[in-house]
Ligand binder design. Structure first.
Ligand code: MCA
Ligand code: AMP
Length: 507
C-alpha cells in the first residue's frame, strides 16, 4: 500500500456511488464526488509546491470543501494542522510560527489580518470560506479530479494537532499514519460501524473528536455523515430520523434533553449515542435513558492518543466510567511520584500504551521525554481508578485544566494574559461547574496596591486576544490569594469558594 492511511480509509471508495456527506440543504455527496474534490485539492497543494511532510495549517469554517482539503492533504502526504475557528490572530501567530507551516489556509475575511504574520513566517496564504469559495478553491477547481497518491510510511506524520500545556504554551502533538488508522480500526470493531451507518455529525472538524473519531471511522466503515455546520439542537432533532448513530460532547446531550421535541419516539430507531471529550455526569446518563430508553456509550481519549477506552457495545454501559481499554491499548494506574503501577482499585495517574499513542511533541524533546516514557507508556495526567471488573473511572485531573463544552482551557494561559493587564498584581483562574458547558472559567484578581481594576477594559482586552470560549465568565476581585506554607496558590480552596457562581446564575 502506497499511503496506508489514505488508501485504507478513503482510497478504498474511489469511484463509489455510495453516499458520504448528507448536507443541510438535502443534497448528498457520494464518495466518488467527494474524493474527486479531495484529489483537486491534492493537485492544488502540489501545484503550490507543497511536498510530503510539509505542514498545512487550516483555519476555516466547517464545510464539505474543508473536509476535502483534509483528505487532499492526506493524499498529497502533507501534515494536516487544523486550528480552532475561534482563535484570534494573536493566537494564530504562534501556531504558524511554531509549526513552520508551508501554507496557511484561512477565511478570506481574516486574510488581511494574517498576511504580515504569514509573510514573516515564510508561509504562503490561501483562502477558503464556508461556501467553499476562495483563492485555494479557485486553484482547486481547475485541477484534474484524480491525483497520484503520495507514498507515505506508517510512521510518517499525518497530522499535527496543538494541545495547550500547563505552562501556557501549546504543544503540537505529532500523529502518525499508524496512530490514526489503528484507532479507526479499533473503533469500528468496538462500536460495530458498517456501511449501513449514518452518523449525525455536528462536531467541529478541527479536533480529534469530529475529524478522526467521527470522520475517519465512518469513512473506514463506508458509512455516511449527516454533515452539519455546527451543533444546533433544533436542527439535530430535525435530522435524527435519518441517522443511525450520533457522537457528541456532554453539552450536546444536556441541550437535547432541554429540547421538548427530543422524544423517545424520535430516536427509537437509533443504534448508538456516543459521548466523550469531557465527563458525562451520571445524572445526564440516567436522564437520557429515562427519556429515550438508550444508554449513552461513554468513551475516553486525548489529542495525543485519540481514543483509549470505551464502554462496551454489548455489555453494561456503566455511568460515570469510561469502560475498558480498546483493542491493542494497554492502560495502567500509576503512582504520580514514582511511576510505579499501583495495586488494583487505587487512584493514581492513568498511563496508556498502544499503536494509538503519538510520536511526541513537535520540536519539544524535553516535554516529550517528560510525558512519554521510553517503554511507550504515555502519562495522561488524568487521575483514575480501575475497578474490580476492569472499568476505568476518570476521577479527576492531575493537570490544571478546565474543560468547557468539550474545549480544553489551560488556566495558566489566561493567568499569564490577565497578569499583564493594568492594575493587576496577580491572578488565579479556576473552573467552576456550569449547567451548559459542564465547567466554565472563573478569574480571581488581586489589584496592585492602590490600584482599581477596570473590569470592562480588561474584558475587552481579553476578548481581542483570546478565543471566546476561553474568556472568564465570572470575575472576582480579592485582596489576596489563598496560599499554603510553601507559597503555592491553593486552587482547591478557590474552586470551593466559587463552585456555585454559575449555578446561581442559572437559577
Ligand atoms: C462556544 N462558546 C463557548 C463554547 N463554545 N464558551 C465556552 N465553552 C464552549 N465550549 C461561546 C462563544 O465564544 C460565544 O461567546 C458563544 O458561546 C456562542 O458561540 P457558538 O459557537 O454559537 O456556541 P455554541 O454553538 O453554543 O457552542 C457550544 C458547543 C461547541 C456546541 C458545545 O462548543 C462545541 O461544538 N463543542 C465541541 C468541542 C469538541 O469537539 N471537543 C473535542 C475536543 P460570545 O457570545 O461571548 O462571543 S477533542 C478531545 O477532547 C479528545 C480527543 C476527545 O476525547 O474527544
Ligand atoms: P484534549 O486535550 O482536548 O484531547 O482533551 C483530553 C482530555 O479530555 C483528557 O485528558 C481528559 O481529561 C478529558 N476527557 C476526554 N474524554 C473524557 C471522558 N469521557 N471523561 C472524562 N474526561 C475526558
Amino acid at each position: 500500500m502506497v499511503n496506508p492511511l489514505f488508501d485504507t480509509i478513503f482510497g478504498q471508495h474511489a469511484g463509489s456511488s455510495a453516499p458520504f456527506l448528507c448536507l443541510p440543504d438535502g443534497t448528498v455527496q457520494t464518495y466518488a464526488t467527494f474524493l474527486a474534490e479531495a484529489a483537486r485539492y491534492a493537485n492544488a497543494l502540489s501545484e503550490k509546491g507543497i511536498k510530503p511532510g510539509d505542514r498545512v495549517a487550516v483555519h476555516v469554517t466547517k464545510s464539505p470543501a474543508a473536509l476535502a482539503l483534509y483528505v487532499g492533504c492526506l493524499q498529497a502526504g502533507a501534515v494536516f494542522l487544523p486550528l480552532n475557528t475561534a482563535y484570534t490572530p494573536a493566537e494564530l501567530e504562534y501556531f504558524i510560527g511554531d509549526s513552520a507551516a508551508a501554507l496557511f489556509v484561512c477565511d478570506p475575511a481574516e486574510a488581511s489580518d494574517l498576511l504580515l504574520v504569514t509573510r514573516q513566517a515564510g508561509c504562503d496564504l490561501e483562502t477558503l470560506d464556508a461556501a467553499g469559495q476562495g483563492s485555494l478553491a479557485d486553484l482547486a477547481v481547475v485541477q484534474p479530479d484524480s491525483f497520484e497518491t503520495a507514498a507515505r510510511d506508517a510512521e510518517d506524520l499525518a497530522a499535527l494537532l496543538y494541545t495547550s500545556g500547563t505552562t501556557g504554551r501549546s504543544k503540537g502533538a505529532m500523529l502518525t499514519q499508524r496512530n490514526l488508522l489503528s484507532n479507526a480500526q479499533a473503533l469500528i470493531e468496538t462500536w460495530r460501524f458498517t456501511s449501513d451507518d449514518v452518523l449525525l455529525h455536528a462536531l467541529p472538524i478541527f479536533h480529534a473528536h469530529g475529524l478522526f473519531v467521527a470522520t475517519n471511522t465512518l469513512a473506514l466503515a463506508g458509512g455516511s455523515l449527516i454533515f452539519l455546520p455546527k451543533f444546533n439542537a433544533d436542527v439535530v432533532v430535525d435530522r435524527l430520523p435519518e441517522a443511525t448513530s450520533m457522537m457528541g460532547v456532554p453539552t450536546f446531550y444536556t441541550r437535547l434533553l432541554d429540547t421538548p421535541a427530543f422524544t423517545k419516539d424520535l430516536v427509537a430507531h437509533m443504534r448508538l449515542f456516543i459521548s466523550g471529550s469531557a465527563p458525562l455526569l451520571a445524572e445526564t446518563h440516567e436522564r437520557f435513558e429515562a427519556r429515550t430508553g438508550h444508554r449513552i456509550l461513554e468513551r475516553y481519549g486525548m489529542t495525543e492518543t485519540s481514543m483509549n477506552t470505551s464502554n462496551p457495545y454489548d455489555g453494561e454501559r456503566r455511568a460515570g466510567t469510561v469502560g475498558f481499554p480498546l483493542p491493542g491499548v494497554e492502560a495502567k494506574v500509576c503512582d504520580p511520584e514514582t511511576g510505579a503501577e499501583l495495586p488494583q482499585g487505587e487512584i493514581g495517574v492513568l498511563e496508556v500504551r498502544g499503536p494509538n499513542v503519538f510520536k511526541g511533541y513537535w520540536q519539544m524533546p524535553e516535554k516529550t521525554a517528560a510525558e512519554l516514557r521510553e517503554n511507550g507508556f504515555f502519562i495522561t495526567g488524568d487521575l483514575s481508578r480501575i475497578d474490580a471488573e476492569g472499568y476505568v473511572h476518570i476521577v479527576g485531573r492531575g493537570k490544571d485544566l478546565i474543560i468547557s463544552g468539550g474545549y480544553n482551557i489551560y488556566p495558566k494561559e489566561i493567568e499569564l494574559f490577565l497578569d499583564d493587564q493594568p492594575g493587576v498584581l496577580e491572578t488565579a483562574v479556576v473552573g467552576a461547574p456550569h449547567p451548559d458547558f459542564g465547567e466554565s472559567v472563573v478569574a480571581v484578581l488581586v489589584p496592585e496596591a492602590g490600584a482599581k481594576i477596570d473590569l470592562a477594559a480588561l474584558e475587552a482586552a481579553a476578548r481581542a486576544s483570546l478565543a471566546g470560549f476561553k474568556l472568564p465568565r465570572h470575575f472576582a476581585i480579592v485582596d489576596a490569594l489563598p496560599r499554603n506554607t510553601m507559597g503555592k496558590v491553593q486552587k482547591n480552596l478557590l474552586r470551593d469558594d466559587y463552585a456555585h457562581v454559575f449555578r446561581a446564575e442559572a437559577s
